[in-house]
Each structure stands twice: as structure tokens, then as C-alpha cells.
Design a binder for this molecule. Structure first.
Ligand SMILES: [Zn+2]
Ligand SMILES: [Zn+2]
Length: 123
């Protein structure tokens, strides 16, 4: 059995856990990620629904576009998850809401056409 990873929001109302695996990871530079996080980009890990569960609290739904739903803590506002209508079998989790985000290195950069020009990374 793979090891369990856990995470949650800043205030602790929302907690989650999932079984770690070889999952897709990406830094997203799209304008919706930027606005909903107020950060230059958001790092995501894509987890199969059947490996993921909330262990405390219930996030608030924000229908962020015609084809996507975002979930955040209603108490402290931490962005937690995103579900795309086109991929209902997976849940995108904000990598930096993990308890150990430093253990997973995002593999891809997406929506780089709207990436902040002042952002410097090693990619
Ligand atoms: Zn919270
Ligand atoms: Zn995005």
C-alpha cells in the first residue's frame, strides 16, 4: 500500500488525506488560478477521486467557470481543490495545502502564456 499524504487549510477546519501515487503535477499560470489564490501561480496535484477523502470539514464551492468548480475553506479562504467537468474522475488538489508540499516537485508548467513576466524559476 502506498503511503498516505494529508493536508488541509490554514485554520484547520478542512482536512484531507489521499493515497500517494504517480500523479500528474503542474504549476498553473492561468488567470483564474491567479485570482482565486492571489498568488502568481498555483501548484496542483491530480488525484483519482477514489484515493481521496476529506477527513474534517466541508469546503465551500465556487463555480469558477462554465466547466470547473473550485473548493476553498469557508472560514479561512485557503484554496483546496478544483474539479473540472471534463475530468470528473479526478480531483485537483492545491499542492501547497499539503502538510509536506516540499516532498513533491511539480513536473509541468501550464498556461505559461499568461505567466507573470517577472516570475523566475529554473524552468
Ligand atoms: Zn480554513
Ligand atoms: Zn489554473
Amino acid at each position: 500500500m502506498n503511503k498516505q499524504l494529508s493536508g488541509g487549510c490554514f485554520c484547520g477546519s478542512i482536512r484531507y488525506t489521499f493515497e500517494h501515487g504517480d500523479y500528474l503535477t503542474a504549476n498553473c499560470h492561468c488567470t483564474m488560478c491567479r485570482r482565486t489564490s492571489a498568488a502568481p501561480f498555483v501548484s496542483w496535484i491530480v488525484v483519482p477521486n477514489n484515493h481521496f477523502r476529506y477527513t474534517a470539514g466541508k469546503p465551500k464551492l465556487l463555480k469558477s467557470s462554465g466547466h470547473g468548480s473550485r473548493y476553498f475553506c469557508p472560514d479561512c479562504g485557503t484554496p483546496i481543490a478544483c474539479i473540472l467537468d471534463s475530468h470528473p474522475d479526478v480531483i485537483d488538489i492545491t499542492l501547497c495545502s499539503l502538510d509536506t508540499p516540499e516532498t513533491i516537485i511539480p513536473e509541468h508548467e501550464v498556461y505559461t502564456e499568461t505567466r507573470m513576466p517577472w516570475l523566475t524559476t529554473n524552468k
